[in-house]
Ligand binder design. Sequence first.
Ligand SMILES: NC(=O)c1ccc[n+]([C@@H]2O[C@H](COP(=O)([O-])OP(=O)(O)OC[C@H]3O[C@@H](n4cnc5c(N)ncnc54)[C@H](OP(=O)(O)O)[C@@H]3O)[C@@H](O)[C@H]2O)c1
Length: 346
Amino acid sequence: MAQNIGILITEEKQKKLAPAQPVELWEPAEGEVRIRVEAAAQNPVDWKQVDFNFAIPSFPFINGVDVAGVVDKVGEGVTKFKAGDRVASMTTFATHPKHGIYQTYCVMREDSTIPIPPSYTFDEAATVPLAYWTAALGLYDSPGFQLPLPLDSSDKVIPTVQGEPFLVWGGSSSVGALAVQLAVIQGFKVVSTCSPRNFEYVKSLGAVEVLDYHDANVVDKIKALAPGLRYVYDAISEHGSCEASLACLDHPTPELMTVLTFTGSVPESVKTHRVFAGGIFVPAQDEVRVRLTHLWDVLMREGKIKPNPIRNMPDGLASIDDGFDLMRQGKVSGQKLVYHPWETKI
Ligand SMILES: NC(=O)c1ccc[n+]([C@@H]2O[C@H](COP(=O)([O-])OP(=O)(O)OC[C@H]3O[C@@H](n4cnc5c(N)ncnc54)[C@H](OP(=O)(O)O)[C@@H]3O)[C@@H](O)[C@H]2O)c1
């Protein structure tokens, strides 16, 4: 029988997570699949959950959001997958340790899991889920820009706009990289910001202009490049990015998407939206979840989504504290930290 090994959060605001240890081999419930985790990718929410003690229903808890692996067992009623399938998925936030990805076997919902096409490795596929959901909800959902899906009736990927400008603030972040790509697929002319070391990367995602957000004149430069700017996806939403994003808008009905809560002042004419990817699992979001899981599946099948550049962390789950520290210190730039739980020694 397989053994499950996990990394536990055992107390509030834990400085160092408990060492990797045997944990329960969870059974998939109805509509769930158990996944042997081949690649677990880190997101900022993982360390924030620990440091700010939120979205942890009880201790001990296993967290982490983005997973790619192999279906090991399916629960009752599962029709889309069978044991042996390669899949990618996003956790159901804040509910049960079985959904955390920092373990060798986790359990995910079938309806937010997609098959991984052969053109993607497990590491690549693991970089996508939360960033995809955060970007896609912002573009297609309410609250959000509510753009039409870029699919025709036979699921062919088609643009819906013709070269209107679209700004993604923070295009080298995981969320920003997906927002750039979705906006490009939509047909927008995408302008983005990042550090100069990531200019080529963000251009490779399809942005036509990429500017350094450290430049004191960045807003004026964006305004010159993107007259009539209606949509800004601010993938950072802190350190002055919202203020700068607002200053770039140039449209009678401008809209700003943020990924964190912005408490600064917003001109009355601007519609602001705050995305929350963790909310997709509430019943009211059933339709949205199905629709956007389908789009994700199509875009991956068509090879339209470029994964984030990968930095493999050594020693499996044993390096998670180091990975969390890298993010706490703002040392992750244009990369996704990816762990292989099966490399963990206990
Ligand atoms: N609301 C939600 O549902 C949701 C979901 C996912 C993430 N988030 C939040 O979204 C934020 C981004 O997450 P992520 O996973 O994309 O992070 P990430 O990939 O770890 O972000 C790192 C990147 O941020 C860029 N960056 C940092 N400060 C910047 C600034 N002032 N302007 C432009 N770029 C800047 C850096 O760019 P350079 O290195 O090029 O300078 C770096 O590449 C986090 O705060 C996260 O908690 C929210």
